[in-house]
Ligand binder design. Structure first.
Ligand code: COA
Length: 265
């Protein structure tokens, strides 16, 4: 697969997706949104073929920026139809990322603005460098967020947080994002990738089929009523009892073993 500005690297059970256009602070144009979608499709294909990928990390290239938003030069001349098409393509790419079967963790290494914050919000979890800056500057450009920001931030942190950030464009740092529940942890800039890798390694050591089932139940449950969500949970829970990993995990506990290894089977 030939991706000009998205790099996929594999490290054991982890795949790192790096948005790599540092000359424009990794700003996302249509081509980059499509490359993110292609990268997600590549990860899906590899999972379908049985590769034991257990976690995906998303980050930005360079010292300064995770992603500094959608590409303002591309958007500046769009008419209604072009903006609608752009919105559909951005959202398709991010929905593809959000619905990947395995956990996704965004490593926010710098500016995380507009479409960049929307990319981070399409991931399951986020860890921010202490120098990361998060904001929705869109209303200061005469537009609204267009790739999921109005929906995902309000679901994650509540409508008041979403409205405050979107109405004012206020830039927050990693610590504030942590207090608001937008990120799970912060790290010194030079430690960010170590912290993210250690966090993902913990996920990778758990039973992968159970993790995928839990992600599916949580994600689906967020989009439906409680009884339907609980039915998804029962399905997820009971399916685990068809796996070797459930037997190994419970037998290992009862035998007081410390050497439980999950085989993704
Ligand atoms: N779209 C297009 N180009 C962008 C961009 C974006 N969202 N964000 C940064 N760039 C480009 C700049 O135009 C500049 O290009 P140039 O060197 O050809 O002039 C390059 O990236 C470096 O950015 P620069 O503004 O010089 O860096 P800075 O350190 O002075 O400021 C930011 C950094 C992030 C504060 C500033 O780039 C910015 O405000 N970007 C736009 C953020 C935004 O509004 N995003 C939401 C879009 S909906």
């Amino acid at each position: 697969m030939d991706l000009e500005h998205v790099i996929l690297e594999t490290d054991g059970h982890k795949v790192k997706m790096t948005i790599n256009k540092p000359e424009t602070l990794n700003a996302l144009n249509t081509s980059l949104y499509n490359q993110i979608e292609q990268a997600c499709n590549d990860i899906r294909r590899r999972l379908d073929e049985g590769e034991d990928i257990r976690c995906v990390i998303v980050t930005g290239a360079g010292e300064k920026s995770f992603v500094a938003g959608a590409d303002i030069s591309e958007m500046s001349t769009m008419n209604l139809a072009e903006a609608q098409r752009f919105g559909v393509e951005c959202n398709r790419a991010f929905r593809n990322l959000e619905t990947l079967p395995v956990p996704t963790v965004a490593a926010l290494n710098g500016y995380t603005l507009g479409g960049g914050l929307e990319l981070a919000l399409a991931c399951d979890l986020r860890i921010a460098s202490k120098k990361a800056r998060l904001a929705f500057p869109e209303t200061g450009l005469g537009i609204t967020p267009g790739s999921g920001g109005t929906q995902r931030l309000s679901r994650l942190a509540g409508p008041a947080v979403a409205m405050e950030m979107i109405f004012t464009g206020r830039m927050i740092n990693g610590e504030e994002a942590l207090n608001m529940g937008i990120v799970s942890d912060t790290a010194e800039p030079e430690e960010l990738m170590n912290v993210v890798n250690a966090f993902c390694d913990k996920i990778c050591q758990k039973a992968p089929i159970a993790i995928r089932a839990a992600k599916r139940a949580i994600r689906r449950g967020l989009e439906c009523d409680t009884d339907t969500g609980l039915a998804f949970e029962i399905e997820a829970f009971s399916q685990c009892f068809t796996t070797e990993d459930q037997k190994e995990g419970m037998r290992g506990f009862l035998e007081k073993r410390k050497d439980i290894v999950y085989k993704n089977k």
